[in-house]
Design a protein around this ligand. Structure first.
Ligand code: TXA
Ligand code: MG
Length: 319
């Protein structure tokens, strides 16, 4: 089990070194402690999901140091810009269209066309600035657990699953950020949080829309059809049928895979972390009107395999 490290210049440098190397750093923000990794590094982002033990890949919040860094990953219209200028740094997350040139890895956005962006106060912001890249960070708890407001909570929940826990004392706000989706001038409250909705409404000069009760618990990434490529997806394939593309995993070829129209191997060595990082790009690549059928080999359900299988079964869901 890893003990929290008190804040110091040396601790910050250690954190930076680990983030640059694709490591996981638990870091204080003004809302709750986050489990941070370089948002542009797919393997590092896969480690976040692994450490949290999440059965699915929820999209993550990308923490930025500046407005220009936000503009490097998202498209900010006049309304988003006004809210950012008014409330950042602070406990407001904006869900915005991804920038076409965004370096954020698709695993961090769960393959969505939008990205959740927030500029936190304090050392999380400083770290993103020194890294020069956004930091993807969900709350630093095991899946289903309570969001941690102290470094000791992180240590108890994630123990040795992180490389470093920065101890910045108790979280100032103790509640997660308020999440607002911005689409043109429409504002939708996706999650109430540390910034009161009334404050946002006053600044925006308009009411926040509320998603219908059932939709509010589902990020767009949870929708069954979201991950579906154009063609039909067949899971747990042990042989290739004529004309099928094959999504493979691991070193062992299927007996007849030479008859596949094409093969993408998520991880030739059979590494689930590598497969997670490759998954959305693979589905994206195979999403073409020319590809009618896709077979997927069985992928272990252990560790990150649970989330990979969750996404694949959504991709395979009947539409
Ligand atoms: O205060 C906070 O927001 C903390 C600190 C660490 O910044 N982070 C946090 O992250 O609470 P997390 O992963 O526990 O919650 C993020 C929420 C998830 O419910 C996720 O579904 C939603 O943000 N989200 C992320 N990207 C989204 C997107 N593109 N569209 C809709 N929802 C999104
Ligand atoms: Mg959380």
């Amino acid at each position: 089990m890893i003990r929290p490290t008190p804040l110091s210049d040396a601790a910050m440098e250690d954190a930076l070194r680990r983030l640059r190397a694709g490591g996981l750093v638990a870091l204080p923000t003004e809302t709750v402690y986050g489990l941070g990794a370089d948002a542009t590094d797919g393997l590092a982002v896969a480690r976040i999901f692994e450490a949290k033990g999440r059965p699915s890949f929820n999209p993550l919040i990308c923490h930025v140091a500046s407005l220009p860094m936000a503009e490097g990953i998202a498209v900010l219209g006049p309304m988003a810009r006004a809210l950012a200028e008014r409330f950042w740094p602070g406990p407001l997350t904006l869900v915005l269209p991804s920038s076409p040139t965004s370096p954020v890895h698709p695993l961090a956005t769960a393959g969505l066309a939008t990205v959740a962006v927030r500029m936190p106060r304090g050392i999380a912001r400083a770290l993103a600035g020194q890294l020069g890249r956004p930091i993807a960070a969900p709350s630093a708890n095991r899946s289903g657990g309570v969001s941690p407001t102290a470094a000791a909570h992180v240590a108890r929940s994630l123990g040795a699953r992180v490389d470093l826990i920065l101890d910045g004392g108790p979280a100032e706000i103790g509640l997660e950020s308020t999440i607002v989706a911005v689409s043109n001038d429409d504002l939708t409250l996706l999650r109430p949080g540390g910034l009161p909705a009334e404050a946002i409404e006053a600044a925006a000069g308009r009411p926040l829309l509320r998603p219908p009760p059932n939709a509010s618990i589902q990020a767009p990434g949870q929708l069954a059809s979201h991950y579906a490529p154009h063609g039909r997806v067949r899971l747990d394939a042990t042989a290739v049928q004529p004309g099928e593309w094959l999504i493979a995993f691991g070193p062992h070829p299927l007996a007849n895979q030479s008859r596949a129209a094409g093969i993408l191997n998520l991880s030739p060595s059979g590494d689930l972390r590598e497969a997670a990082a490759a998954l959305f790009a693979a589905l994206f690549t195979l999403d073409s009107p020319d590809i009618a059928r896709i077979a997927v080999v069985p992928i272990p359900h252990t560790g990150l395999g649970a989330a990979i299988n969750n996404r694949l079964s959504r991709a395979a869901a009947l539409r």
